[in-house]
Design a binder for this molecule. Structure first.
Ligand code: TV7
Ligand code: CA
Ligand code: ZN
Length: 392
């Protein structure tokens, strides 16, 4: 069979827990797990569940989480409750649990659930039972080894990458003794959330087995890291890539960086698997974000990564205007399975959220794009130059 422009048909597996939408960070908090349930409802009403293997994630065990996180931090997450947190002020401070990362009812099972989805997806890709795995509840990229940060408690992405590294081999290289079958296991991580993927970058900053690439707003914006000059350290030098952006970036400007940079990365790094964090706070009109991407522009990153025919794990992340998050992840699920969804929405449980238009796509705004052509060209050249330094 000839592959069309969308490439070969893919076996897609999808992880969704029917409880995830009930977890609640607290009044006024912008992070709302309910958006995962909205996205699920929408994609089910589009019939996408019939085109994938749908799984309820197995909750990650304490010892799974400890493959990256410190034992005492995981123990704290497991035992702290909204009622008893006041007796542990020192611990709360130490683990950065408070305003951005509050203690709420069911915090630990929430962590186990979203980490379980990403881990389950990684295992399934390793078993070669799927080409693409999806966990929209995952993508919590700020969590550190012994610290919560930016709405994230455990780093499901780091855990999934560690799992993928167990199996995925990329290209073969030649040893000094002549050509031999030396295994080079490499995973590529790409992060299109508007925030810098600092937790994942930090975890793999000194290794050449994981390349991290984050596109983010940079300058007076959380978490403050992700300078273009931060390229990795020691063995990891040039294996971290940061693409700092200004307000108002649109689809065209974004893709004129994403495509050439990622093409070069795929060519020189040749990963055995790719993890794409699809944070939807880079969409136009996000409550916390300030970019101007359309759902199609955002999803173009998914379409592009899918075209390489390398095992692909899609995770969620940020996204604070719930109706647009649901639109985005529903449409991207369609891209993964290879169907183009009708703009007119089917009726669904959350239909009233999508008024007055009830369409999947919404027009980006007329906000100014503060990324000049000159700026885009300059950073593209600098990043491609860094990439040329790790060739061979
Ligand atoms: C992946 N921005 C996570 C992005 C994490 C951003 C921040 C808030 C925020 C928190 C609230 C709240 C908020 C309206 C927005 C320096 C501070 C300022 C806490 C009030 N409303 C992801 C994290 C970022 C909490 N944090 O990448 C409770 O905005 O800028 C900061 C830090 C100190 C703490 N304060 C905010 O998208 C998932 N927080 C309302 C209630
Ligand atoms: Ca990012
Ligand atoms: Zn974000």
């Amino acid at each position: 069979l000839l592959a069309g422009p969308e490439g070969r048909k893919k076996r897609v597996c999808y992880y969704y827990d029917s409880e995830v939408g009930n977890y609640y960070y607290g009044q006024g908090h912008p992070m709302k797990p309910h958006r995962i349930r909205m996205a699920h409802s929408l994609l089910v009403h589009y019939g996408l569940h019939q085109k994938m293997d749908v799984f309820a994630p197995t909750k990650a065990k304490e010892r799974d989480l400890c493959l990256f996180h410190a034992d005492d931090y995981v123990r704290f997450l497991k035992t702290v409750t909204p009622e008893t947190q006041h007796e542990q002020i020192r611990q709360l401070k130490r683990f950065n649990v408070g305003e951005d990362c509050p203690v709420f009812d069911g915090l630990f099972p929430f962590c186990q659930t979203y980490a379980g989805g990403s881990l389950g997806g990684a295992v399934r890709l390793n078993q070669k039972m799927a080409d693409i795995a999806i966990n929209w509840a995952g993508g919590l990229h700020h969590a550190k080894k012994c610290e919560a940060s930016g709405f994230c408690y455990v780093n499901d992405i780091v855990l999934a990458i560690l799992e993928l590294l167990k199996f995925h081999e990329g290209r073969f290289t030649s040893s000094a003794a002549g050509p031999s079958l030396l295994k080079c296991q490499r995973v590529l991580y790409i992060d299109i959330d508007i925030h810098h993927g600092d937790g994942v970058e930090e975890a793999f900053y000194t290794t050449d087995r994981v390349m991290t690439v984050s596109f983010h707003k940079f300058g007076d914006y959380f978490p403050g890291t992700g300078d273009i000059r931060d390229v990795g350290f020691e063995k990891g030098k040039y294996y971290s890539l940061n693409v700092p952006l200004n307000d108002g970036i649109d689809d065209e400007s974004y893709q004129c960086l994403f495509k050439p940079i990622i093409s070069k990365v795929m060519e020189v790094f040749q990963p055995g698997a790719v993890v794409l964090q699809c944070g939807a706070d880079s969409l136009s009109g996000d409550r916390l974000g300030c970019f101007n991407l359309s759902v199609k522009g955002h999803a173009e990153c998914v379409r592009f990564m899918r075209s390489f025919n390398v095992p692909l794990l899609l995770v969620g992340g940020g996204g604070y205007t719930m109706r647009n998050v649901a639109r985005c992840w529903c449409y991207e699920t369609g891209v993964a399975v290879g169907v183009e969804l009708e703009d007119k929405m089917p009726y669904n449980e959350y239909y009233e959220y999508f008024g007055p238009d009830y369409t999947l796509h919404v027009a980006p705004s007329n906000m100014e794009n503060q990324n000049s052509l000159q700026y885009l060209q300059t950073i593209r050249e600098r990043l491609l130059e860094n990439l040329s330094r790790l060739q061979h």
